[in-house]
Design a binder for this molecule. Structure first.
Ligand code: ADP
Length: 461
């Protein structure tokens, strides 16, 4: 059977508290009782010695006689304290006996104590001890003291034990009650965000990506869980937007050449336009654009599929950068751009062909998006851990809010969309895919109308 987190937590807390309270009650009860029993036993010993001392003072060694009145008082006091005395003189002749004086009281004392001790389930019975009564080291008589042994509780002791047990019981019950409440609250506090997170996760799985919730707990792990779920919702929402945008962008990319071709062809079919080689060539150009778009898509699909098996070998990133420089130099010159390449050799294990494609895509973007007379700077840097390829241009730049999107397929900034240059928005997607396959990363800094800096970083091992 599956129980809720809250029930399980409450039950666990209850069990722990119950065991703790029960154990501490039993142990403290036992220790306190034991200590008290020892105390009572010691008190009895002291009492007996006191009786013997008191009795010895009642003997007059000059007259060799006992003060009968005081003997009687001591005996009766002792009897009321549940000690039954029999006093003998030095010859063993009984001179005072509690039973003789008050037989009923003696029986009553014995019955009361036996009943009390039985109630407390203590083993024991009446025992008699005989003590010598001495004066200055000389025996003047003896006394037999009978009491309930090994110890007994008088009325006050009995009440004390009862109160103690009640207090322990009340403390136990109170601790149990508090633990139920605190356990319940604690369990609720832990269970609530978990239940809520589960609900949110379900909502997300049903496509409700805009749902978010504030964490109300101070528990770090639960907070992490909540923010992870919120991040997940955010990431999914972004992906969803990109997916929608991808469809729109793709439709746009396809529509432009298709509309041009079909309207041109229509005009020619209907005889509005005369069929001339130039018009056929213009249609052909649009068809070629469509073909390029499809080729780009195929390239991307291939790159993404092939990235799993890179053809790694030791290569110089500088050489890769130079190949990109050489292949785009003519175009840069055509646009009157000043392009330079600097830096150092940097050897590392890469897939040469794919890294050349990365460099070419980045440099060709720089050429595409830098107006006439601009500057492009390609640089290679090397350190122990990684190789860096930097491509800096003084071009049109990318608005800050679009920076995270440019690596998505078919994404083109509005600025570049309006220009004739620009491809289908796949170049950077391919770049990112290849760089990631090399466990590297690509960063971009850019400012509108000032220029952009793309930094590719590839780790050396
Ligand atoms: P495209 O084929 O359109 O160049 P990319 O994927 O290479 O596609 O780039 C995506 C978009 O990023 C471009 O359309 C452009 O808006 C922007 N972009 C890329 N590189 C630069 C750059 N160096 N300067 C300004 N914008 C750039």
């Amino acid at each position: 059977m599956r129980r809720s987190l809250r029930t399980q937590l409450t039950l666990s807390i209850l069990l722990i508290v119950f065991v703790t309270v029960a154990l501490s009650s039993i142990l403290s009860n036992w220790f306190i009782n034991r200590g008290f029993e020892d105390y009572v036993e010691r008190q009895e010993q002291i009492r007996s010695e006191k009786i013997v001392d008191d009795l010895s003072e009642q003997y007059n060694s000059f007259t060799r006689s006992w003060n009968q009145d005081f003997l009687h008082t001591i005996g009766m006091y002792a009897l009321y304290d549940s000690y039954i005395l029999k006093v003998y003189d030095v010859d063993g002749v009984m001179i005072w006996d509690a039973e003789n004086h008050d037989m009923t009281k003696c029986w009553q004392v014995m019955d009361e104590i036996s009943a009390r001790m039985e109630k407390l389930k203590r083993d024991g019975g009446f025992v008699s001890h005989v003590y010598d009564i001495e004066q200055s080291g000389v025996k003047v008589g003896s006394v037999s003291i009978t009491y309930y042994g090994p110890y007994f509780f008088n009325e006050n002791d009995f009440r004390f034990i009862k109160t103690l047990n009640t207090v322990l019981l009340v403390v136990g019950a109170a601790a149990g009650g508090i633990s139920v409440v605190v356990g319940g609250l604690l369990a609720r506090r832990i269970a609530r965000p978990v239940t809520k997170t589960a609900y949110i996760a379900k909502q997300i799985s049903e496509g409700n990506y805009n749902i978010r919730f504030e964490s109300e707990t101070n528990t770090r792990e639960l907070n992490d869980l909540v923010s992870a779920i919120n991040d997940l919702a955010g990431a999914l929402s972004e992906q969803e937007n990109l997916r929608k945008q991808l469809t729109t962008n793709m439709a746009h990319e396809l529509r432009t050449p298709l509309t041009a071709v079909s309207s041109h062809l229509e005009a020619m079919i209907e005889g509005v336009w005369e069929i001339t080689p130039e018009r056929i060539a213009s249609c052909h150009e649009e068809v070629l654009r469509l073909g390029n778009l499809v080729a780009d898509l195929e390239r991307l699909a291939k790159v993404e599929a092939d990235n799993l098996n890179l053809n790694l070998a030791e290569n110089d990133l500088m050489e890769v950068a130079r190949i990109a420089y050489d292949s785009l130099e003519a175009e840069a010159v055509k646009k009157n751009l000043s392009m330079q390449i600097t830096g150092e050799h940097s050897y590392l294990k890469i897939d040469r062909e794919r890294m050349i494609q990365v460099a070419i895509n980045l440099v060709s973007n720089a050429v595409k998006y830098t107006p006439e007379g601009g500057i492009i700077h390609i640089e290679v840097k090397d350190d122990d851990k990684r190789s860096l390829l930097l491509i800096k241009d003084s071009g049109i730049g990318i608005p800050e809010k679009e920076l995270p999107l440019i690596f998505e397929r078919f994404y083109r900034t509005d600025k570049s969309r309006n220009r004739k240059t620009g491809g289908a928005g796949i170049g950077l997607t391919i770049v990112k895919s290849i760089v990631s396959a090399h466990s590297g990363n690509i960063e971009v800094e850019s400012e509108t109308d000032k220029g952009s800096l793309f930094t590719v970083s590839i780790p050396k091992s």
